[in-house]
Write a protein that binds this ligand. Structure first.
Ligand code: SF4
Length: 364
């Protein structure tokens, strides 16, 4: 994977001297840095082309996060929720998948930002985790960014892993489409850190997951993490239906489950392509060649467009069958799907979100 390199780093006053600042200065010694007054960060924008969202990914902003770091995953109305929490240590992503929902979600706030006040993040997490020691938390860092794509420069995991690895009631998930795992290998995750990859066949990666690591690179990185003691997760999400998808997805599953020790997988999730009318507009403008806009979808009660339910059920059932063929006891769940779909795929639906969250709790 060719690592992303920002054209410039814009630093808001007050973020100099943070650990992330020092890491950036060290790793991006040949990139210009500019310190700007507090409050004027976003007046410094990249030269504008026809692709404002793409332009915003070319510069890196270092700033303090002003609101809460720790929140519950919003899920999607009417869908079975997996009781997941999120911590946002950055906003936007240097990679550029054509289906990325951030194109709509961050359309008015697209700057690629990393937050410097990691100490506040840890303090906030600690208040919640220590107050509810009898509750098991699954926490992810990849809601509005990729968890590891900026890692070679920010060294963020060096701030997070030593704290989260010591917490008895948590699994911290670092979700990525990169292969930037070198810095992780220095730490002992103590069974508390899950490194997870979004996986798609190479054909989908080539067409629609721009600037991400190849399937082989992701799998190689996963194997290295497993050998270093990390738990792994895989997310087959978004699954894309196209002529011949069965052959490609089945081959990918066999390759994954033969490369890693599936018995030590934390979880696997599945979800089909989802978008909204607004996201489709953004995709049409930014990626007019993508074939993702050609398939039929239906509008669901949560406002998202998905494939027809019978097609989704067929795709999930086939995936489960292929996975169970090579990994009979692996934990599989559906992301943003209805109880009805759960029942058709697995023969049951979790009674409540806590039940599903607890199913993902580790047996240490
Ligand atoms: S890797 Fe994830 S966050 Fe980054 S562009 Fe792709 S979908 Fe968006």
């Amino acid at each position: 994977m060719k690592p992303f390199k920002p054209e410039e780093v814009i630093v808001e006053q007050g973020s100099e001297q943070s650990p992330i600042w020092h890491n950036l200065r060290h790793a991006l010694a040949d990139v210009p840095f500019r310190v700007v007054e507090s409050g004027s960060l976003l007046s410094v924008r990249a030269a504008s082309t026809n692709d404002g969202f793409g332009d915003a990914k070319r510069r890196l902003y270092l700033t303090k996060h002003k609101g809460d770091f720790f929140k519950k995953c919003p899920g999607s109305e009417g869908q079975v929720c997996c009781n997941y929490f999120v911590i946002n240590f950055a906003s936007n992503c240097p990679m550029d998948c054509s289906y990325c929902y951030l194109q709509e979600y961050l359309s008015g706030n697209a700057e690629l930002k990393v937050f410097s006040n990691v100490g506040d993040l840890i303090d906030e997490a600690d208040r919640t985790l220590s107050k509810h020691r009898n509750v098991f938390f699954r926490i992810g860092t990849g809601e509005i960014t990729d968890s590891l794509a900026l890692e070679p420069y920010t060294g963020m995991v060096g701030e997070l892993i030593p704290y989260f690895a010591e917490q008895p009631n948590v699994l911290l998930e670092l979700k990525t489409k990169s292969d930037c795992v070198d810095s992780l290998l220095r730490f002992d995750p103590k069974g508390r850190i899950v490194v997870a990859w979004s996986m798609n066949p190479q054909k989908v990666i080539d067409r629609d997951e721009h600037f991400t690591a190849s399937l082989k690179e992701r799998l190689g990185a996963a194997r290295r993490c497993q050998e270093a003691g990390y738990r792994l997760g895989f997310h087959f999400d978004p699954m894309i239906e196209y002529p011949g998808w069965e052959t490609d997805y089945q081959a990918m599953i066999e390759e994954i489950f033969l490369t890693i020790d599936w018995r030590r997988l934390a979880w696997v999730s599945m979800g089909v392509l989802r978008d909204t009318p607004g996201l489709k507009r953004a995709m049409r403008e930014r990626f007019p060649q993508t074939q993702l806009l050609t398939g039929e979808q239906v509008l669901c009660p949560d406002g998202k467009l998905r494939y027809f339910q019978p097609l989704r059920v067929t795709m999930y059932r086939k995936m489960v069958q292929w996975m169970r063929g090579v990994a009979p006891t692996v934990k599989i769940y559906l992301c943003m799907e209805t109880r009805e779909v759960w029942e058709q795929v697995f023969g049951y639906a979790p009674f409540c979100e806590k039940e599903l969250g607890n199913q993902m709790a580790p047996s240490l």
